[in-house]
Design a protein around this ligand. Structure first.
Ligand SMILES: Nc1ncnc2c1ncn2[C@@H]1O[C@H](COP(=O)(O)OP(=O)(O)O)[C@@H](O)[C@H]1O
Ligand SMILES: [Mg+2]
Length: 1003
């Protein structure tokens, strides 16, 4: 019979070219993801195989994993597949084994490897994030040695955890030399297929490209068939094959194989495939049927036993199937169907009884203990076969085992699904406790926890509520479980801001157990109760609970609960204004959590400590604590988990505040712009601190991606809008600045009702804009507008003062940043009232103190201005130069140009160089301005600039710190020098000479 595969690749030059170009991109450090889609048999596998060959030739490391139809409940199958193949293949000697050895979470996916302890589960979802982080870390490490091509085939069959992993990787890629190519079948993608939303989401990412494979055209098909048949086809046959195959390479091959055997061709591919198998011996057919039920890659041993054939008979049968190209050898220990469609056709053709028997046989074989322990995913397959053979007790027991295994592999979605199935079968089996090794309550509890791990908090809450009422009925003979379920319920309720209900649930958890004997469950319930009570205005109950939790944790030797309670106590000390005590408690909590090895608490403690250090102005300690925390989080792969990303921004803010902007910039550049999750959005918003202060073009890009998150995440909105307000201010757009500042205050309130210290800064920014408006109105003699602005200023300063008073926490002491911004709000408010008081600005400079380098410089700018207005020129000059020095050093461009503007207006020097005093360099009068202005002094050019902007003498005077009368003298001189008959003519000359109003007003 003719060769039916392995012919030359035809008709895919364009697609292969695109994929190779993408590979080139990846190799250059611009990671890519390609989604290759098309009908079954159209040539997806063939295309990525060609790509892989070429990639290897170019020195890439290639990892390939496949999903399998029967195994969508096996967690991370394609990743496990890829790792297993690679670990056995040529990559093994290279960096792969090292990369794996450093990441036990991943090793657990491989057979026969003891991955050590399962990851800590003190924070929901942490385990899975660790696995994702480990996968990314491993690929990154491999990509340092050579570019990496990761191929994941047949994603339409993927399990939920794999889909999430692909999404995670696609988002997280940054500069790795990595190309990820996935394939999926479009003919299988029914409307509610779970891959659909994933594809939709992925294609929105800039790094993702789609490559849709359509039918091959007629000439490609002709070439394909001709080469396969060795040129033996006559034109008429060729024509009819091309027409029937509809551009599908695989269909064409099967048609060719069937036509070569000379019989009549059946209609439809499935019939065609079956007709071909019917030509085989009964034994070979039996092997194929057993293999079709086995599903994924056909394990030789399994297939032999399932077929019921004796050794030599079986070997002959397999040889026959291979000779007919129905099976192909695959790896060391098995076979695969040459195409999935063939397996599907054979499976669909099984008689119902036959199918059930085969599933039952496989279930029997898989139930082997050794196999269950060694080959990851076996329990899930066992559950599948048991269910398909209507073996309810078997399916029940296997589902529980599969749930456990999925938990161990950090695949909460699959774990939840298995536990849920087992729960639904509970009443249909005899002696379920014995089969599952646990009570119904415990099973429900695990099901709920895995739902939460998977991010489905509402489902976890729902399940826990049912469980609690189930336990509460009857005599509740399991108070420990009742306590744990209630405690977790409280914890999750806090997560979704159901504070009152959380308090009640935590209280029930505490009450469920007696004080003696000491138990960690009760200690933890106390700790969670204390956390829930933090939401109350009265701090006493929370403190007393936290202290009880501390004592109970010690008695029960539960150091992680102890650490957690210490964090809570630290927060209470902070609110009570006892800062040193708070720092001490956070420090102890951090040490304790670290030595107890509980990452979740450790990161919470590190964040609180670093934040506290930042607020109390100890920037060096803050950056050190946060840096260490970030390292720990990233090592564990949880850099974007709660507290992980919090530590990232505290680290960055510490450097930003200290004026170490080189370092801060590196960190900000690491915060993704094209954000797709709330955690990324929060970091990107944080990056704006620096990018607005440097007026970098990135601001616009970040804004575009951030705005959708303003709707869904108040914290992102609060940070983002607050900085966009400042951006508008630097660009002289006071209206926008006020609007954004007000929206920022709104976001802060929506996020946490009532005015908090967080509103001080946006209020001060709004005040700055309003003070400008008041000042301009006053200068223009518009008393009405001036008093409206002053009115608005009073409203804003009240908000700032109330935020500072923090009525919910009356003893709270503001941090350095808070005090600085409050002082600024007060100074701006005075300026808005027409009282630009140097003392008020000096207070701002003092409040920030020299450690807060940028804010101090920014305050000196206003101080210099106020001094100039007061006629204290020497002092103004001094402050201005201090600010200039900082602005130049750290690259604070908008501040720098505001300082130049001030220098120009007030006739001060804006650089320290000797002899430059009194002249502002370069600006006016120079070559660009041309002849007509050549006769003007620098001062007159300034006056003309303002005149051309339509300002009155009075406004000019105010702007330039001179009397209105002096301004009018300047104007007369200018008119004379220019030979202009009127202000309008003078303005026209100025415009003609390119002397418009400066781009930035920066008052
Ligand atoms: N462009 C092509 N040129 C030559 N043969 C092809 C081409 N595309 C697919 N084939 C062959 O057709 C068969 C089915 O292709 P495959 O890649 O397995 O399809 P898919 O993965 O899309 O289901 C294979 O034998 C393959 O070698
Ligand atoms: Mg394929």
């Amino acid at each position: 019979m003719p060769e039916v595969s392995g012919g030359r690749l035809v008709g895919r030059e364009a697609e292969l070219g695109r994929l190779l170009a993408l590979l080139g991109e990846a190799a250059a450090g611009r990671p890519v993801v390609a989604l290759v889609s098309g009908d079954a048999g159209v040539g997806k596998t063939r295309l990525v195989t060609e790509l892989s060959v070429e990639a290897r030739a170019r020195g890439c490391a290639v990892l390939t994993g496949r999903c399998a139809e029967l195994a969508d409940t096996v967690p991370y199958l394609p990743l496990a597949d890829a790792l297993r193949d690679a670990a056995a293949g040529p990559l093994a000697g290279g960096p792969l084994l090292d990369a794996l050895a450093a990441r036990p979470v991943l090793s657990r996916l491989l057979p026969d490897v003891d991955g050590g302890q399962p990851p800590g589960r003190d924070v929901p979802g942490l385990a899975q994030q660790q696995l994702f982080g480990a996968a990314l870390g491993m690929l990154t490490e491999l990509a340092e040695a050579s570019p990496v091509l990761l191929v994941l085939e047949d994603l339409h069959w993927a399990d939920r955890s794999t889909r999430d992993l692909v999404t995670f990787l696609s988002r997280a890629l940054h500069r790795e030399r990595l190309a990820i190519v996935v394939t999926y079948r479009t003919d299988d993608m029914y409307r509610r297929h779970p891959l659909r939303p994933v594809v939709a989401e992925l294609t929105r990412l800039p790094s993702v490209t789609t490559v849709a494979l359509g039918p091959l055209n007629a000439s490609a098909m002709a070439e394909h068939l001709t080469s396969l048949s060795g040129g033996l086809l006559d034109a008429a046959t060729l024509d009819s094959l091309i027409t029937r195959a509809e551009g599908n390479a695989y269909y064409a091959e099967e048609l060719l194989a069937a036509s070569a055997s000379g019989s009549e061709l059946p209609a439809g591919l499935a019939d065609l495939l079956l007709a071909r198998t019917e030509k085989l011996s009964p034994e070979a057919q039996q092997v194929l049927r057993a293999a079709a039920v086995t599903g994924r890659r056909v394990d030789d041993e399994l297939a032999r036993q399932a077929s019921g054939l004796a050794g030599p008979e079986y070997d002959d049968a397999v040889r026959e199937a291979v000779a007919h190209q129905l099976l192909v050898p695959d790896g060391e220990r098995g076979y695969a169907f040459r195409h999935a469609l063939l397996r599907e056709a054979i499976y669909a053709d099984l008689l119902p009884g036959e199918r059930t028997r085969l599933h039952a046989r496989l279930a029997e074989l898989l139930a082997d203990e050794g196999r269950l322990a060694e080959v990851p995913g076996t329990a899930a397959e066992l559950a599948h076969h048991s269910l398909a053979s209507h073996d309810i007790p078997g399916a029940f027991a296997a589902s529980v085992a599969a749930g456990r295994e999925a938990e161990r592999l950090a695949a909460p979605a699959e774990a939840h699904r298995h536990y849920d199935l087992a729960l639904s079968l509970w009443e249909r089996v005899e002696d379920p406790e014995k089969l599952s090794g646990m009570g119904r309550g415990k099973l429900a509890f695990r099901s709920a926890l895995t739902a939460a791990d998977d991010g489905d908090i509402p489902r976890a809450v729902h399940q826990l509520r049912r469980l609690i009422s189930f336990l509460g009925e009857g005599d509740s003979d399991d108070p420990v479980l009742f306590c744990r379920a209630s405690e977790r319920l409280a914890y999750f309720l806090l997560d979704i801001d159901e504070d009152a209900q959380a308090i009640a649930a935590a209280e029930a958890a505490v009450d469920a157990l007696p004080e003696e004997p000491p138990r960690w469950e009760r200690a933890r319930a106390l700790a969670t109760h204390a956390r829930a009570l933090l939401s109350m205005e009265d701090e006493a109950p929370a403190r007393s609970r936290a202290e009880q939790a501390l004592a109970a944790a010690r008695a029960a030797s539960a150091p992680w609960v102890e650490a957690d309670s210490l964090v809570t106590l630290g927060q209470l000390s902070e609110w009570a204004g006892r800062i040193e005590e708070a720092v001490g408690l956070f420090t102890r909590a951090l040490q304790q959590a670290r030595s107890a090895g509980v990452l979740g608490v450790e990161l919470r403690a590190a964040f609180q400590l670093a934040r506290m250090q930042l607020e109390s102005g100890d920037l060096v300690a803050a950056s050190r604590t946060a840096h260490e925390g970030v390292r720990r989080a990233e090592d564990a792969g949880v850099g974007l988990a709660p507290y992980g990303y919090d530590l990232q921004y505290v680290h960055y803010l510490a450097h930003y505040q200290a004026g170490e902007w080189e370092h801060a910039q590196v960190l900000a550049d690491g915060f993704a712009t094209r954000v797709t999750s709330a955690a990324e959005a929060r970091l990107s918003a944080m990056a704006l601190f620096l990018e607005v202060a440097r007026d970098r073009p990135a601001v616009a890009d970040r804004r575009t991606w951030l705005e959708p998150f303003f709707v869904t995440d108040h914290f992102t909105e609060y940070i983002g809008r607050g900085l966009l307000a400042e951006h508008a201010l630097w660009h002289g757009d006071g209206e926008t600045a006020v609007a954004q500042a007000e929206a920022t205050i709104g976001a802060s309130e929506a996020w946490d009702p009532g005015y908090r210290p967080g509103v001080i800064r946006p209020a001060a920014v709004g005040l700055c804009a309003v003070a400008d408006q008041a000042w301009q109105a006053r200068a223009a003699g518009d008393a009405e507008r001036a008093s409206a602005a002053a009115e608005k200023a009073s409203r804003l300063v009240r908000i700032a003062r109330q935020g500072a008073a923090y009525p919910q926490r009356p003893n709270f002491v503001l941090g350095v940043d808070g005090r600085g911004w409050l002082a600024r709000a007060e100074a701006e408010w005075r300026r808005a009232q027409g009282d630009n008081d140097p003392a008020a600005w000096q207070a701002v400079v003092d409040a920030f103190g020299p450690g807060f380098v940028y804010e101090t410089a920014r305050s000196r700018y206003r101080l210099a201005e106020a001094l100039a207005e007061a006629g204290r020129r020497d002092e103004a000059q001094q402050e201005l130069l201090l600010a200039v020095e900082v602005a130049d050093r750290i690259g604070a461009r908008p501040l720098r140009s505001a300082l130049s503007g001030l220098a120009r207006r007030a006739r001060l020097a804006d650089r320290a160089a000797p002899g430059a005093a009194g002249r502002s360099s370069g600006q006016p009068g120079g070559a660009a301005a041309g002849r007509p202005l050549a006769g003007l002094t620098d001062r007159e050019v300034e006056v003309l600039r303002l005149l051309a902007a339509g300002q009155s003498n009075r406004e000019i005077g105010a702007e330039l710190f001179i009397a209105t009368k002096t301004a009018s003298v300047h104007v007369s001189n200018i008119l004379a020098k220019l030979g202009a008959a009127s202000r309008t003519e003078a303005a026209a000359i100025a415009h003609a000479q390119g002397l418009g109003p400066s781009a930035q007003r920066n008052r």
